[in-house]
Design a protein. Structure first.
Lengths: 111, 114
């Protein structure tokens, strides 16, 4: 079956630091890959996505590239802000659009 | 256009009670899913539906029932609540075509079973 392995947290960074959150996956076929973000007390919001190999998803300064050869979709941001503090989830979609999630990574950015 | 709505927002049950979590969408999406979120475990799929009249089990279906009589609604029923079902429940929908795989999540229902 499908699975997603995500870098364990929590991660604490200073403002303007570089962020990487690792994500690798196991899946049959060619799934779409996603990063979702959850701010405190809220539901999940789509941050970015990629639907095929070598696609790069980007949004709000965050980027992730669909690497089929390493089955990875690592999230990066060059300069984090306090407002980026949240929980980040890597996910892939199955044939019926259902999502398989990683366990989530709590990010705290200090001023 | 309300998107995905869930009711109630909060609920406390006693062990053995039953209840239905409501989910409705106005985006005319075929696909709908229920997830539960537990600390340190991410979101896990409970049940999903690819259209009215069609449902299937996800990763953690035990103790939950679903039905899909209309495109808009996808209720989740707990027949006999247990403390292990204390969690935050999210409903999600997604479009069925055009490669648009984005899922839209409702605001969640926080359930406590005593």
């Amino acid at each position: 079956g499908n699975s997603v392995t995500q870098m364990e947290g929590p991660v604490t960074l200073s403002e303007e630091a570089f962020l990487t959150i690792n994500c690798t996956y196991t899946a049959t076929g060619y799934p779409s890959l996603f990063w979702y973000v959850q701010y405190p007390g809220e539901g999940l919001q789509l941050l970015l996505k990629a639907t095929k190999a070598d696609d790069k998803g980007s949004n709000k300064g965050f980027e992730a590239t669909y690497r089929k050869e390493t089955t990875s979709f690592h999230l990066e941001k060059g300069s984090v802000q306090v407002s980026d503090s949240a929980v980040y989830f890597c996910a892939l979609s199955g044939s019926a659009r259902q999502l398989t999630f990683g366990s989530g990574t709590q990010l705290t950015v200090l001023p | 256009n309300a998107g995905v709505t869930q009711t109630p927002k909060f609920q406390v049950l006693k062990t053995g009670q039953s209840m239905t979590l409501q989910c409705a969408q106005d985006m005319n999406h075929e696909y709908m899913s229920w997830y539960r979120q537990d600390p340190g475990m991410g979101l896990r799929l409970i049940h999903y539906s690819v259209g009215a009249g069609i449902t299937d089990q996800g990763e953690v279906p035990n103790g939950y029932n679903v039905s899909r009589s209309t495109t808009e609604d996808f209720p989740l029923r707990l027949l006999s609540a247990a403390p292990s079902q204390t969690s935050v429940y999210f409903c999600a929908t997604t479009s069925s075509g055009g490669g648009r795989d984005e899922q839209f999540f409702g605001p969640g229902t926080r359930l406590t079973v005593l």
